[in-house]
Design a protein around this ligand. Structure first.
Ligand SMILES: Nc1nc2c(ncn2[C@@H]2O[C@H](COP(=O)(O)OP(=O)(O)O)[C@@H](O)[C@H]2O)c(=O)[nH]1
Ligand SMILES: [Mg+2]
Length: 423
């Protein structure tokens, strides 16, 4: 490679790095802070400073949603060691945040805070409160016992917010211990149920994981004591045992005969299915910076759309944010994260049987090939043409996905060759 070519390649890499989401986050935080501090006290000043502060916080924030009584608060406690009220009669009416009580409780690999939201029982009645409560979250954890039409409707309401998509949502199937006879191992029933849900077209795009939140909560909050261990075989302690361990744990733990409390806790954790969920959440937590930046950009867009300026300074502030967002959107491909994830998930659900490619298959394949070409430094012009044709398809999903993916590719190509990052 000539010196000139090396210099050119280095410039391209530097520009690509500068347009990364981290650079966007730093600039957006500065912009929102400067604008907020320049305004008189009021809704807009608070919102700008809140968003700037939110960008600076690097703790992954999990938003826990789902219908009433599915175990949201129990799961929040299981992940943070917190004490959100959990009872069939105690319901969460306002979204509440919980920070880990003990950094080590949630395990060495998971550092997170949670938002426990009110039950999303009906999209019309409580759904908006639940969805608004989730808005600041980096990752949505949607809890179900048996998914119903309402759950599917609530999950579908995620897409238009452009805050959540299968990229940052986990569906958790809880209370699996109640599906089997007391004492019976729920693992096979859990696997069978989840395999069934994966066949539901609306759930297929999501990661679906099992949990017994009650056992996970007992594990995290250390409620099972040495006295409970000593009385594990006593007939008298049955009610408390049942409350701490549920029908499965209350039979399985005495049967395991753990010799000491530490071993008992290892059993409780393994029975809860928590390690699998924790691993997935830790993997998503590693992408927190990207999710947070996309989140704040989307909420800043919403601010511009919904806040009525009360004076000249606020009019100018909103215009400055809008201008900056418009410029940034044209340059930063990661901001299309959820649009792309939704497009890919929709297309993947439409693919035909092997050997008979459909328009959806062709769209997916073109996008995949384009990714490989871009990584190799080649222009994906032919693929962009194919996606342009898909954009004219009579199938609405293929048409919108084709347009989204084409737009994303054009941004990615531009980010590699453009003169500079958004300022
Ligand atoms: N047996 C069993 N009970 C659970 C489990 N998860 C939660 N519960 C119980 O279900 C009830 C409702 O839980 P809660 O977390 O308050 O539900 P929320 O309304 O979704 O917040 C409480 O009595 C919990 O102890 C579980 O995995 N197994
Ligand atoms: Mg609750």
């Amino acid at each position: 490679m000539t010196t000139e070519a090396v210099a050119a390649a280095t410039t391209v890499q530097a520009v690509a790095a500068a347009t990364t989401v981290q650079a966007v986050a730093v600039r957006l935080a500065r912009l929102l802070e400067d604008i907020g501090l320049g305004l008189n006290p009021g809704e807009l000043r608070i919102a700008c400073l809140d968003l700037a502060r939110h960008l600076a916080d690097d703790t992954p924030l999990l938003g826990i949603a789902g219908r009433l009584n599915v175990g949201k608060s129990t799961l929040s406690n299981a992940l943070t060691g917190g004490r959100a009220p959990t009872a069939p009669t105690e319901c969460t009416v306002e979204p509440r945040r919980y920070r880990p009580v003990d950094e080590h409780l949630a395990g060495p690999s998971l550092r997170c805070a949670t938002i426990d939201t009110p039950g999303a029982d009906s999209v019309n009645r409580r759904g908006p409160a639940a969805l608004a409560g989730l808005a600041p979250a980096d990752i949505a954890v949607y809890v179900v016992v048996t998914p119903t039409v309402r759950d599917v409707t609530f999950l579908a309401s995620f897409a238009p917010t452009r805050l959540f998509s299968p990229a940052n949502t986990v569906v958790v199937v809880n209370r699996l211990d109640e599906r089997v006879r007391p004492g019976q191992d729920p693992t096979p029933a859990a696997a069978e149920a989840i395999a069934g849900y994966r066949r539901t077209p609306q759930l297929r795009p999501f990661t679906i994981l099992p949990i017994i939140a009650l056992l996970a909560e007992t594990h995290a909050t250390r409620r099972f004591t040495a006295a409970d261990l000593a009385g594990l075989h006593d007939a008298g302690g049955t009610e408390r045992r049942w409350r701490l361990l549920g029908p499965y744990g209350a039979h399985a733990l005495p049967a395991a005969g753990p010799p000491d409390l530490a071993t008992a806790y290892d059993h409780i954790e393994a029975m809860s299915f928590l390690p699998g969920l924790r691993a997935r959440l830790a993997a998503l937590g590693a992408q927190q910076a990207t999710f947070r930046c996309v989140n704040v950009v989307r909420r800043a867009e919403r601010l511009v759309e919904t806040v009525a300026a009360g004076n000249r300074a606020e009019v100018e502030a909103l215009r400055a944010i809008d201008d900056w967002l418009t410029r940034t959107r044209r340059r930063c491909p990661p901001l299309m994260l959820h649009d792309v994830a939704n497009a890919l998930a929709g297309l993947a659900g439409r693919t035909g049987p092997a050997g008979a490619p459909t328009a959806a298959d062709q769209c997916l394949a073109a996008y995949e090939r384009a990714g490989v070409r871009l990584a190799g430094g080649e222009p994906p012009d032919a693929e962009i043409e194919l996606l342009r044709a898909a954009g004219r398809s009579g199938d609405r999903l293929v048409a919108t996905s084709g347009t989204t993916l084409r737009h994303h590719l054009i941004l990615r190509r531009a980010a590699l060759t453009d003169e500079g990052a958004p300022t």
